[in-house]
Design a protein around this ligand. Structure first.
Ligand code: SF4
Length: 292
């Protein structure tokens, strides 16, 4: 049994940076340190942060006078204003790549462009981008929605930083039929693109694939969809203990990948669990042979 871990797994640059900022803020500050929303979609890391006194709150209304860390997804300008009005010290850990996308949206909106953003409307990054758009952005989740738009002379289209590259391409193709002059900005970050490519490529040469990450992580879900398109025998797991020996029966090559908020340790735990299941299976096979 061979276990292959996809290239480019482990935390992405933006999440790693946000965690470093959170921990160093904790060391510097004596009062309460909060994050606006969970800084990472990983229950174990969230628990570790709670142990050192970093708590997540869901809304700016829930804070007053403390230190609040903005996570890598970024927030809308009105959230900064609300926090300032509450006398909060803001530590901005927005991923610099997301900041650039926010600037792009603000610039397009200022020029009066109609903006299409390909993403998930409930995702925090998208909420931040909508806030930068002066109400000129529309969120589109798939190509079917794009096909139902009216014909326009001009539009701009961009994507959530963790969007599926394949889906973005399909939406762009649909928009080209509805727009005379379409400006396309591929804002899917490089880390996401290389992770998606490496995962799909690995899925094409293994017998079974495990995608490790939080079920509420949209980039992990997209990674799962990308692998599933290539290999039906792909499983989305949140932790190593979900890997059962029966899943591995007959599999010679096993692939593992994880989302931008899946720490390297979770990938290692999955690999260790597969090795343990493999030993269990071969032991059982030996017993069966001996009995027959
Ligand atoms: S996925 Fe990309 S854009 Fe999003 S936080 Fe990570 S590095 Fe930044």
């Amino acid at each position: 049994m061979e276990i292959i871990i996809a290239r480019n797994t482990g935390l992405c640059y933006g999440v790693k940076r946000a965690l470093q900022i959170a921990r160093s803020t904790r060391r510097r500050k004596t009062g309460r340190v909060l994050t606006l929303g969970e800084i990472i979609h990983n229950p174990k890391v969230i628990l570790d942060l709670q142990k050192i006194g970093i708590q997540a709150v869901e809304s700016a209304d829930a804070v007053a006078g403390e230190t609040v860390i903005i996570r890598s997804h970024g927030v809308a300008p009105e959230v900064y204003r609300a926090l300032k009005e509450r006398g909060v010290e803001i530590v901005d850990a927005t991923c610099p790549i997301v900041k650039e996308i926010q600037k792009l949206v603000a610039g397009l909106a200022k020029r009066g462009e109609e903006i299409i953003i390909v993403g998930h409307r409930e995702h925090p990054e998208i909420k931040g981008l909508i806030g930068c758009s002066r109400r000129r952005a529309q969120i589109i989740e798939n190509e079917d929605r794009a096909r139902r738009l009216p014909v326009r002379d001009k539009r701009a289209v961009l994507a959530q930083s963790t969007q599926d590259l394949n889906l973005f391409g399909r939406v762009v193709a649909a928009l080209l039929e509805k727009t005379k002059e379409l400006s396309v900005f591929n804002t899917i970050c490089r880390s996401t693109q290389t992770r998606q490519k490496a995962t799909s490529e690995l899925a094409s040469r293994v017998d079974i694939m495990f995608i490790v990450g939080g079920k509420n992580s949209s980039n992990t879900s997209r990674l799962f969809q990308a692998a599933k398109r290539v290999l039906a025998n792909t499983h989305f797991i949140e932790s190593a203990d979900q890997i059962k020996p029966r899943l591995l029966k007959g599999a010679k090559r096993i692939g593992i990948s994880g989302g931008a908020s899946t720490p390297a340790e979770s990938i290692e735990e999955a690999a260790a669990r597969i090795r343990a299941c493999g030993e269990d299976l071969s032991e059982r096979e030996n017993i069966n042979q001996w009995q027959s």
